[in-house]
Write a protein that binds this ligand. Structure first.
Ligand code: ATP
Length: 332
């Protein structure tokens, strides 16, 4: 197990400054997800922790020890990539065993470790097969097993599920959560999928343009965003953000925290509007509603409204967020 700490880390590619003066602590044993839009620097950050894309400046510590100049092979981390990076000409067993052989681990121990890991990820019956004889999900398991067999202090995963179809992705997602529970090792996982981050992480590091917008547990990121970026990146559909005439800054509320034609007893944000569209989601409906300040999205279990109807939206005072002109949350 290990805590990772980045101190004043910057990374440039030529004149392009991708990450500037970033400070981040990743707790020992956490399942930390680096989340953010494409190009925000997640992979760059992960590669710096792995040691395969060194920082331009700053320090990286593992359990208090400066590892900034330690080569990747000596960092006690293992990386799982999106494209699996498994050897097509080797069997599953040989793939998993590869790094142990390189490190001159004795045969008996090698066999034991390979079989134990294969058992954990459900590959025991497939050890003799070649990668081409496996499904996508099984190949992903081989990649995972190759990382696990090293018994690293930190697992680094770069969108490891993105090549899988939706159903398998969900299955592997819960397997990874289970694996983390079992190993209790630090997992650092990169994704741009906010749903995936919510489901898996115990800590989310939300990034934009090389900076950290918020680092917190998923519940906090969802219920208590620090800024407009976070409120809009998380949630499906994103939080409604409205500028009110005569006010500096804006207000926000989540589509699922809106009541339609509610009673008048509470205080909050209340507007009459026209329903523009209605999309049935199953047990809920998503409405797009035109109010004087703009268009808002609403998710409701009230199914009876139709496009063209008038309705009153209401969001409780407690569910409203206030932001200043820079998009930073004003906490009242
Ligand atoms: P994605 O979700 O699309 O993988 P990301 O958040 O992981 O994105 P990075 O791969 O870290 O983003 O890239 C961050 C920025 O750095 C991008 O603008 C990218 O074009 C740039 N970049 C990454 N690697 C290099 C490189 N080797 N040379 C030049 N620019 C690079």
């Amino acid at each position: 197990m290990a805590e990772i700490r980045l101190e004043n880390v910057s990374k440039s590619f030529g004149s392009a400054k991708i990450i500037e003066h970033l400070n981040l602590t990743i707790q020992d044993g956490s399942f930390t997800v680096l989340l953010g839009p494409s190009g925000c620097g997640k992979t760059t950050l992960l590669r710096m922790i792995a040691g395969i894309g060194p920082a331009t400046s700053g320090k990286i510590y593992m359990d208090g020890e400066d590892i900034s100049d330690v080569p990747p092979g000596k960092r006690n981390v293992a990386m799982v990539f999106q494209n699996y990076a498994i050897y097509p000409t080797m069997s599953v067993r040989e793939n998993i065993e590869f790094c142990l052989k390189n490190n001159k681990v004795p045969k008996k121990e090698r066999t034991e470790r390979v079989e134990r890991v294969a058992e954990t990820v459900g590959l025991k019956e497939y050890l003799g097969r070649r990668p081409s004889e496996l499904s996508g999900g099984q190949r992903q398991r081989v990649a995972l097993a190759r990382a696990m067999v090293k018994e690293p202090a930190v697992f680094l995963m770069d969108e490891p599920l993105s090549n899988l179809d939706a159903k398998l992705r969900l299955a592997m997602r819960s397997e990874l959560i289970q694996l983390h529970e079992q190993l209790k090792t630090t997992f650092i996982y990169v994704t741009h999928d906010q749903m995936e981050s919510m489901a898996m992480a115990d800590q989310i590091v939300l990034m934009d343009q090389g900076t950290i917008m918020q680092q917190a547990a998923p519940e906090v990121i969802y219920h208590d965003p620090d800024n407009i970026f976070t409120a809009q990146f998380i949630g499906m559909p994103p939080a409604n953000i409205l500028e009110l005439p005569g006010q500096a800054g804006s207000i926000g509320f989540r589509p699922e925290r809106v009541k339609l034609n509610a009673g008048r007893e509470k205080t909050g944000f209340r507007r009459r509007g026209k329903i523009l569209t209605r999309e049935l989601l199953g047990a809920e409906v998503q409405y797009k509603i035109q109010i004087p300040e703009g268009v808002v999205m609403v998710r409701s279990q009230e199914l009876s409204f139709r496009a063209g109807d008038m309705a009153e939206i209401f969001s409780d005072r407690e569910d409203l967020y206030f932001f200043d002109c820079q998009g930073k949350r004003i906490r009242k």
